[in-house]
Every structure is written in structure tokens, then in C-alpha cells.
Design a protein around this ligand. Structure first.
Ligand code: NDP
Ligand code: 2IT
Length: 444
């Protein structure tokens, strides 16, 4: 059996109840086949792939907190410190009831290659909890965040591990966590990114993932003789990534016609009103029914369905496995030309394969959504030099990074005879730097 297949089998056997982790490992290792085969003897001897798929450390802890009724609640916290070959662990904290160890491991594994692609000196990690911030008062959220950080603060630091936001963790949660870290550790340092502007945050970090997604999509279209202006775009999700993806798409002359949340979706043929969407989601923390109620051109539908609307470009920006084989078929049928992942692993393996086989340009999340973590690295740089750069400065660095990521994955795909396969290209380009650093540092 080939080394790649052996390690995939091992991962499934050793981590039985973690399907999302299996999926992420399969996607990466399958697409590294050519590189691994060229170095099989050496990699096997050094157990390189076994080391790559085993986190350096995984931390699981109790998070007790008191709700507004005086009832004690207990959640589970996680931090998976996956790989520090190229820098301190870096990756977000997800707060969602679906969080378990397998979810955090899939996200942490993806993060290794994504962070490598950004060219910043950051390793891969991820964390979070099964706590659901939805419907909680600010005081309850604060109580949870303080308890969570009381334990997490033992394991993180500006030069060790730097968490940030992800699903359910936005500016409010980062603020409460930062306050508690500073209080316990007595250090004012850039231990978290995505901070508020008054206490060390970077301009353009809020916008970065969505804007970066569009910069990469724009470059991918350009290099394939197409342009984003005038295109119809379907977006899923209506959180941080989706909102700023919609904003940048509209700034670049495209028309965004859908957004969604976990209960329903909106079709707005006149184009999503981003200011209204921000008001509904960022200020009121309300459902999309509120958007539809305030926008005569919008139709609200329960359940899922954004990929049934004809579009040129599809940008899944909600969560994992939200674009399935049938959705891929509908997109192809309706003439879609490009899919770029704003979320982490939103497209299933079968759907990805179907899209690629049908000639759709497909940009995988670890490249397409890397603008968020890349700008987090820019926030770390500003914190270290105790300076703040202007919005334009950060935004132009972000754009350069995304254009470079596109070309690096495009070149890597070409080098290995897989021209146009950006999944292969992104995984190889991300892997090469990590392997080089791991090899140089010996058996650790
Ligand atoms: P938010 O919490 O801001 O928004 C998440 C959005 O996705 C919400 O609209 C939410 O709806 C929807 N959603 C979440 N879970 C589900 C689900 N199980 N089914 C249907 N809809 C769901 O998160 P972000 O925008 O930050 O993150 C979105 C994706 O982008 C995630 O995959 C994340 O890992 C990834 N990402 C985020 C980065 C960042 O910088 N924030 C960087 C790179 C990737 P509802 O409100 O109803 O739950
Ligand atoms: O998935 C991701 O890249 C993020 N949630 C952002 C991580 C970060 O450290 O900014």
C-alpha cells in the first residue's frame, strides 16, 4: 500500500469518531501524492506524515459559568496546537454547539497549510467550545469568556499561541477574553488578534477574510481571461466573512443576490443591501427575516437553497459541508464559472471533484480565506512594533498576499502536472514550507 493510503487508514483507525478530520486529512494527503511518492523512502523513514497528522498537543478543559438565572452551566473548551514548525500556533476559536474535538482538529490541520501559504511565520492551531453565544445576554457571554480564558491563558502567549475569532467569536468575545488574559497573566501583549482598535487591533482585520476572498477570486478570474465586474454572485452565510465578501464583491462591480443563516436564506435580485445586512447581523444580532422585512425586493426562504439560484460565482461563507454534490450539480447546470471557499471546508470531497471535472475554477478555503489569518499576522507585527498602520496600508498588504497566494498555488499545480487544479496547488505549496522547516528542525 502507498505511504499516503497507509497514513489515511491510520488516521481513520486512530481517530474513529472524527469524520471531518478524516475528510480534511484525505483532501490534503490525496493531493500530495505526487510529492510524497517522489520522496517516499525518506518521508517514511522520518515518519513525516504520521508527525504531520498528529497534533503536537491537544488541550481539553471544563468551562463552568453562571447564567442569568443563577444556574451553573458547564461547557467544554479545546485548544489543539497542531504544528509549530514555521511559527507560534495561530488560529481561531469557534463557539458553536456543534464543536467537538474532531471539528477543532480538522480546522487546526487545515490551518497549518493555510498559514504556510500566507508566507507569515505562523504555525497551525485552533480552539473553541460547544458554548452557543446565540440568545445569551452580554453578561452571560462575558461570564463564559472569562471562565474559558482562565484556563486557556495557561497555554497561550504572544510568542507561543495566538488565538483569534471564528464562528461565534467576534469583537465582543475577543474583548472579554483579552481583558481576562491581561488580568490573570499581567501582560499587555498581542495574545489574541481581531482585537478592538482601542486596544491593539488592526484596521482592516474585520474586513480581511471577505475582502481577501474577493482579491483572490478576482486574480483567479483574471488569470483565466475573465473578470469579476458584472458577475452575479451567490454567497452563503451572513456573518463576518459573508458580509465583507458581499461588500467587496459589490465594490468590484459584481451583484450579490443571496445570503443565508442557519435557519433560512434570502434571494435579493436587486443585490444585497450590505448596510442593511450589517445593521441586522452586527448591530441587532437578528435573523435574516429582519432583513427581508426591511427590503421589498428580498424573498426569504426557510431552510437551505442558495445554490439553486443561477450565478456566475459561488462563495460559500458559512460552515463546513454546506455545498453538497447536488448543489454542485445545480451550480454547473446554471452556468456557474467559479467557486471560492470563504468558509473552511464548505464543499464536500464529491462536490469538489464534480465542480473540477466540469471545468469550474475552484479555489480551496485554505487559500481563498487566508486573508483573515494573514491580516492577523499583520496585527501581530503591529503589536510587536507598537505601531498602527493605516487602513490603506493593511489593505494593500492583504491584496498583495492574496495575489501571491494565487500565483504560488497556480505555480505549484503546474510544477506537478496538475495545471488549474488549485486544491493540489494550494496543498503542495503549503506543505513544502512546513516540511522543509520540520526536516531542518530534526525529529521533534
Ligand atoms: P460568523 O459566526 O460571523 O458567521 C457564521 C455564519 O454562518 C452565520 O451566518 C451562521 O448563521 C452561519 N452558520 C454557522 N453554522 C452554520 C450551520 N451549521 N448551518 C448553517 N449556517 C451556519 O462566522 P465567520 O463568518 O467568522 O465564519 C464563517 C466561516 O468562515 C467558518 O467556516 C470559519 O471557520 C471561516 N473563516 C473565518 C475567518 C474569520 O476571520 N472570521 C477566517 C477564515 C475562515 P447563524 O448566525 O444562524 O448561526
Ligand atoms: O479559519 C481561520 O483562518 C480563522 N478563523 C482566522 C484565524 C486567525 O488567527 O485570524
Amino acid at each position: 500500500m502507498s505511504y499516503v493510503d497507509e497514513v489515511i487508514e491510520l488516521v481513520v483507525k486512530q481517530n474513529p469518531a472524527e469524520p471531518e478530520f478524516h475528510q480534511a486529512v484525505k483532501e490534503v494527503l490525496e493531493s500530495l501524492r505526487a510529492v510524497v511518492e517522489a520522496n517516499e523512502e525518506k518521508y517514511r523513514k522520518e515518519a513525516l506524515l504520521e508527525r504531520l497528522v498528529n497534533p503536537e498537543r491537544q488541550i481539553k478543559f471544563r468551562v463552568p459559568w453562571v447564567d442569568d438565572k443563577g444556574q451553573v452551566q458547564v461547557n467544554t473548551g479545546y485548544r489543539v496546537q497542531f504544528n509549530s514548525a514555521i511559527g507560534p500556533y495561530k488560529g481561531g476559536l469557534r463557539l458553536h454547539p456543534s464543536v467537538n474535538l474532531g471539528i477543532i482538529k480538522f480546522l487546526g490541520f487545515e490551518q497549518i497549510f493555510k498559514n504556510s501559504l500566507t508566507a507569515a511565520a505562523i504555525g497551525g492551531g485552533k480552539g473553541g467550545s460547544d458554548f452557543d453565544p446565540k440568545g445569551k445576554s452580554d453578561r452571560e457571554v462575558m461570564a463564559f469568556c472569562q471562565s474559558f480564558m482562565t484556563e486557556l491563558c495557561k497555554y497561550i502567549g504572544a510568542d507561543t499561541d495566538v488565538p483569534a475569532g471564528d464562528i461565534g467569536t467576534g469583537a465582543r468575545e475577543i474583548g472579554y477574553m483579552f481583558g481576562q488574559y491581561k488580568r490573570i497573566r499581567g501582560v499587555y501583549e498581542g495574545v489574541l488578534t481581531g482585537k478592538g482598535l482601542s486596544y491593539g487591533g488592526s484596521l482592516a482585520r474585520t474586513e480581511a477574510t471577505g475582502y481577501g476572498l474577493l482579491y483572490l477570486t478576482e486574480e483567479m478570474l483574471k488569470c483565466n481571461g475573465k473578470e469579476i465586474a458584472g458577475k452575479t454572485v451567490c454567497i452563503s452565510g451572513s456573518g463576518n466573512v459573508a458580509i465583507y465578501a458581499a461588500q467587496k464583491a459589490e465594490q468590484l462591480g459584481a451583484k450579490v443576490v443571496t445570503v443565508s443563516d442557519s435557519t433560512g436564506w434570502v434571494y435579493d435580485p436587486e443585490g444585497i443591501d450590505v448596510a442593511l445586512l450589517k445593521e441586522v447581523k452586527e448591530v441587532k444580532r437578528a435573523r435574516l427575516t429582519e432583513y427581508a422585512a426591511n427590503r421589498p425586493s428580498a424573498q426569504y426562504h426557510e431552510g437551505r437553497g442558495v445554490w439553486t439560484i443561477p450565478c456566475d460565482v459561488a462563495l460559500p461563507c458559512a460552515t463546513q459541508n454546506e455545498l453538497l454534490l447536488d448543489d454542485a450539480k445545480a451550480l454547473v447546470e446554471n452556468g456557474c464559472i467559479a467557486v471560492a471557499e470563504g468558509a473552511n471546508m464548505p464543499t464536500t470531497l464529491e462536490a469538489t471533484e464534480y465542480l473540477q471535472k466540469n471545468g469550474i475554477l475552484f479555489a480551496p478555503g485554505k487559500a481563498a480565506n487566508a486573508g483573515g489569518v494573514a491580516t492577523s499576522a499583520l496585527e501581530m507585527s503591529q503589536n510587536s512594533e507598537r505601531l498602527s498602520w493605516t487602513f490603506e496600508e493593511v489593505d494593500s498588504k492583504l491584496k498583495n498576499i492574496m495575489v501571491n497566494i494565487f500565483h504560488n498555488m497556480d505555480d505549484a499545480a503546474k510544477r506537478y502536472g496538475a495545471e488549474g487544479n488549485y486544491v493540489v496547488g494550494a496543498n503542495i505549496a503549503g506543505f513544502e514550507k512546513v516540511v522543509d522547516a520540520m526536516t531542518a528542525q530534526g525529529i521533534v
